[in-house]
Design a protein around this ligand. Structure first.
Ligand SMILES: Cc1cc2nc3c(=O)[nH]c(=O)nc-3n(C[C@H](O)[C@H](O)[C@H](O)COP(=O)(O)O)c2cc1C
Length: 340
């Protein structure tokens, strides 16, 4: 039986605006920021603010979904000092990234490369746990291993004994990258040998995938990444919450809404790339997104993409006007403002 749904951290894709939007559509219980990379110093507030602006709204998105900041690095003292500062700025929980496969990150010692060293995992989690007040939770996110999964059990034990209270497991090694399948049976095995709360993650694109993951892992809390971007109402559907049909027109309206959000505080030069990033995932679910992506992929201005969306809605994909909600997000006022 499904319990909580977490929205995955996705660097360069799930910025605060998009995570706010997906949470407002509904079904998501918690989310995690993109990672904040920690070197050897404690950052000034503005560095955290960029990735974690929810610090100014009680660590919640605009529809009140809790958000926790994620940190990444390999220096336990520096990570603990930054974690403490984040809690002083409002974080109620700190997540540690031990899963990132990126070369630049791994070369500087952070992310999944640490999965080769259970002692280091222990030292980082322990230092952070010791530095923070008791009511602040410390959580972590791992893959099954770096080259292989031979240290998986040892890694989980290290993280648990160092005082983390939740562990998200992306059920693949670093070497397996994002190649299907996700190895849920590995989560099932570890679930037999640990008391830490586990969250299963990887390759859940549909309600059937989610049911299968829960059945195999025996874990009832799950994290959705690419699946939630491809199908924004997936979390609602997984929870069996009835919603009106969502057409390609609704998705275009949602993209326009996101584009308008980007205009408020994202530098113009990044806006078109963020819109295209989301479109890339929407292609998994919506055939029309393929054609639309081809139409806009060479555009380098968000305004031009907005025009193409506007035209598509008006000429080809007008949503029925008595159904202008995407899940629990009502876009009627936005639609009226744009089209009347
Ligand atoms: C573009 C991209 C960026 C990601 N950024 C992060 C990140 O900042 N922190 C993290 O822990 N995982 C990150 N991940 C991994 C996801 O959180 C998740 O574990 C992975 O995508 C598997 O879940 P999914 O199959 O539901 O997408 C990223 C994945 C992708 C594809």
């Amino acid at each position: 039986m499904l319990n909580q749904i977490y929205l995955a951290p996705m660097e360069g894709v799930l910025d605060h605006r998009l995570r706010g939007l997906l949470c407002a559509i509904g079904g998501i219980d918690q989310c995690v920021t993109e990672f904040i990379r920690i070197t050897d110093k404690t950052y000034p507030k503005r560095v955290y603010e960029k990735i974690y602006p929810e610090m100014h709204s009680s660590s919640k998105t605009f529809n009140n979904t809790p958000v926790k900041p994620q940190i990444l690095g390999d220096n336990p003292q520096a990570m603990a000092a930054n974690a403490l500062k984040l809690t002083q700025l409002g974080a109620k929980s700190i997540d540690i990234n031990f899963g990132c496969p990126a070369k630049t990150v791994n070369n500087s010692g952070g992310g999944s490369v640490l999965l080769q060293f259970p002692d280091k995992l222990y030292a980082i989690v322990h230092e952070i746990r010791q530095a923070l007040p008791e009511h602040i939770t410390v959580t972590a996110k791992v893959r099954l291993g770096f080259k292989d999964d031979s240290l998986f059990m040892e890694n989980v034990k290290a993280i648990e004994s160092a005082g983390a209270s939740e562990l998200t497991i992306h059920a693949r090694t670093k070497v397996q990258g994002y190649k299907p399948p996700a190895h849920y049976h590995k989560i099932a095995e570890i679930n037999q040998h640990t008391n830490i709360k586990l969250i299963a993650n990887g390759e859940m694109w549909s309600t059937q995938d989610i049911e299968r993951a829960i059945k195999i892992t025996g874990v009832t809390d799950i994290m959705l990444g690419r699946g939630a971007l491809a199908c924004p109402e997936l979390a609602l559907r997984a929870k069996g919450i009835q919603i009106s049909p969502i057409t390609w027109g609704h998705i275009c309206l949602l993209l326009l809404y996101y584009a308008k959000n980007l205009e408020t505080d994202c530098p113009e030069k990044y806006q078109h790339a963020l819109l295209k990033q989301w479109l890339i995932y929407l292609r998994y679910q919506y055939g029309e997104a393929h054609l639309f992506f081809e139409e806009v992929k060479k555009l380098t201005s968000a305004k031009a993409i907005q025009c193409a969306l506007y035209k598509t809605i008006r000429e080809r994909a007008k949503p029925i006007e008595d159904n202008l909600s995407v899940g629990q997000l009502d876009l009627s006022d936005f639609y009226i403002e744009l089209f009347n």
